[in-house]
Design a protein around this ligand. Structure first.
Ligand code: F6R
Length: 369
């Protein structure tokens, strides 16, 4: 049932191009506009929304953090992202004009369920992004957009995460479309790129052998840091979470701009630091800033593991290890940048003799608060 792979996680990482394509299937019409039949919140209601609040846990929360960049950029609706476990305990400001998006692979996560119940009690509409048909979270929501990742067996979430991102982009683009936005042309371009993205994910998967080899050399390390900016920041958080869960290593993700406000004190000789570099095209100011960060940490002895777009030559002099990813529109980069981090964590766990599919102390579906 593992389809020839040693672990479900490896199988599920390999299934990502299909999972992404399946989640897009039938949702973009030939003219390039979005059809989301399962979103049973009417376009007129969606036009009334004045705030989006995303609630989720763990990896799904990281998908939500990325969604915020997309939703605010394409729709200009303010978007908050909150850990579901924190949400209802702080008396959040919600009303009928708030759209709450609950993201959950299992659809059974108690924290997320309690957060959405709280939102509905305040009169807010709830849209679930979920991978499990008929599970509790979509049943209790006003609308659902299913991710089509297929069953995810490994405890560490991989293909579900990529499909959550796709679903979030679809929601953001759809909201932009129904409300009308000055980014109409950009939305059309992104829809086109999104419909091609599974091919790029496939391409990344074919180049992962050096990432595995690198991971094996780090098996005796205690700490790995991850840096990113813009949508690369949640990607860094996700890379760190995967490493904690699977390799039981101390791993932390930081926004690269925060380095000088504290974390740079952690940098020491030979400390592995993974850096997710934004595209040199898109938001090029950020690209240049992160290149300076890489220089700074390398000057302090860090071993830099740089994830950068093909053709980005500026990073080459400062990368001890360079992992190439295909060029994508800035907001879509997490779909390709996360994959090497999943492979990295999986290989490190294996090298350390850990149980990849069933990490200690964790359960696939967390049905208690
Ligand atoms: C990470 C992981 C967890 C889940 C979290 C939410 O690899 O698996 O962090 O993402 O427990 O679970 P769902 O998405 O089922 O609500």
């Amino acid at each position: 049932e593992k389809g020839g792979y040693d672990y479900f996680m490896l199988k599920e990482i390999a299934e990502q191009p299909k999972a992404v394509a399946d989640t897009l299937l039938g949702r973009i019409d030939p003219a390039g506009s979005l059809t989301l039949d399962e979103v049973r919140i009417s376009p007129s209601e969606l036009r009334e929304i004045d705030k989006v609040v995303i609630v989720a846990c763990g990896t799904a929360f990281h998908a939500g953090l990325i969604a915020k960049y997309a939703i605010e950029h394409w729709t200009r609706i303010p978007c908050e992202v909150e850990l579901a476990s924190e949400f209802r305990y702080r008396d959040p400001i919600l009303d009928v004009q708030s759209l709450v998006i609950a993201i959950s692979q299992s659809g059974e996560t108690m924290d997320t369920l309690m957060a959405l119940r709280h939102a509905r009690e305040q009169g807010s509409k709830v849209l679930a992004i979920c991978n499990t048909n008929g599970s509790t979270i979509p049943r209790e929501s006003d609308a659902v957009l299913y991710t089509h990742a297929g069953p995810e067996v490994a405890v560490a979430s991989t293909k579900a995460f990529l499909t959550q991102l796709v679903a979030c982009y679809l929601v953001a683009l759809y909201l932009g479309q129904v409300r009308g936005t000055k980014w109409g042309d950009e939305i059309r371009d992104v829809v086109r790129e999104l419909s091609r993205i599974s091919v790029e994910v496939e391409r990344v998967l074919r180049t992962m052998e050096p990432v595995r080899a690198l991971a094996r050399t780090l098996a005796a390390k205690n700490t790995v840091l991850f840096l990113g900016r813009h949508v690369g920041y949640p990607v860094a958080l996700e890379g760190a979470l995967k490493l904690k869960e699977l390799a039981y290593m101390h791993a932390e993700g930081f926004a690269a701009g925060e380095l000088k406000h504290g974390p740079i004190a952690l940098i020491e000789e030979d400390l592995p630091v993974v850096v997710v570099v934004p595209s040199p095209r898109g938001r090029s100011v950020l690209h240049d800033k992160i290149v300076s960060n890489i220089q700074e940490i390398r000057a302090r002895g860090a071993r830099t593991i740089v994830i950068a777009e093909e053709g980005d030559e500026a990073v080459v002099p400062y990368a001890d290890h360079l992992i190439r990813i295909p060029a994508t529109p800035t907001l879509l980069q997490p779909l390709v940048a996360t994959v090497p981090l999943q492979v990295f964590a999986c290989e490190l766990a294996t090298a350390r003799g850990n149980e990849v599919d069933q990490p200690r102390n964790l359960a696939k579906s967390v049905t208690v608060e």
